[in-house]
Design a protein around this ligand. Structure first.
Ligand code: KIV
Length: 275
């Protein structure tokens, strides 16, 4: 069944858990979509897991459009959400609307996601007014890694926790259809979930969110630079891939691959004429 922002709204009302994973290319998007997730995020995490940057700061609009196009071509049923990269919306409301529009028009996303709470509400409002659904993202906002001093759990003291509750209410009021809560204590996430009527999608925010999201390379054991505490490895695909690559090298070197079944035939008559 095709997922839309209405699916997300209905799921919250029915207390049905929402599932999201990231994807960055056509074939992975197809596999994830076929499995039946509600949403696929083309995350700016592409910068770390696909492009090898140490954070998401250098990801550009061109990177995001390129990967969103590929994902959109592979997806039939999931809601495709494209991340707005660093400095594509922080600079002005105008930039926010123009760049959100590009992710929809050129990338064929169904919605965009941007990081930040109260200070980003004017951007959220303006993008929503342009008929573009917005997913908000509060808690640990990786694009602010330099301002917050690292990838750290957010909302741990009373003041910070209250700020996050207020941020969640504000982005809902501004028109966001869902909120990603990243690296937020589980009990605080449970309170936020009750305080808003839009779905909360957790990553490192405990089990009481309305849904969950993970970066697919993390949950498949394909990204070894570091594994955050909140990640569960549902498979060790990275190890399997390394095994397969080693087997390929061995078989090429010892002549086992390619076998006759992998080659193309030509008639002996033609071959004899070549000598
Ligand atoms: O870019 C990303 O993958 C994200 C998720 C971690 C929510 O923003």
């Amino acid at each position: 069944m095709k997922n839309t922002i209405v699916t997300f709204k209905d799921a919250k009302e029915r207390c049905e858990k929402l599932t999201m994973l990231t994807a960055y290319d056509y074939s992975m998007a197809k596999l994830i979509d076929d499995a039946g997730v509600n949403g696929i995020l083309v995350g700016d995490s592409v910068g770390m897991v696909c492009l090898g940057y140490e954070d998401t700061i250098s990801v550009t609009m061109e990177d995001m459009i390129h990967h969103t196009k590929a994902v959109s071509r592979g997806v039939k049923n999931a809601l495709v959400v494209a991340d707005m990269p660093f400095m594509s919306y922080q600079t002005s409301v105008y930039d926010a609307v123009v760049n959100a529009g590009r992710l929809m028009k050129e990338g064929r996303a169904h919605a965009v996601k941007l990081e930040g709470g109260i200070s980003m509400c004017d951007r959220i409002e303006a993008i929503v007014k342009a008929s573009i659904p917005v997913m908000a993202h509060i808690g640990l906002t990786p694009q602010s890694v330099n301002a917050i001093g690292g990838f750290k759990v957010q909302g741990k003291n009373e003041e910070a926790a209250k700020e996050l509750i207020e941020a969640a209410k504000a982005v809902e009021k501004a028109g966001a259809f869902a909120i990603v809560l990243e690296c937020v204590p589980s009990k605080l996430a449970a309170i936020i979930r009750k305080e808003v009527s839009i779905p909360t999608i957790g990553i490192g925010a405990g089990s009481e969110c309305d849904g969950q999201i993970l970066v697919y390379q993390d949950m498949l054991g394909m990204f070894s630079d570091f594994t955050p505490k909140f990640v569960k490895k549902f498979a060790n695909v990275g190890e399997k891939m390394t095994e397969a690559f080693r087997e390929y090298i061995k078989e090429v070197q010892d002549g086992t691959f390619p076998g006759p079944e992998h080659g193309f035939k030509i008639s002996e008559e033609v071959i004899t004429k070549l000598y």
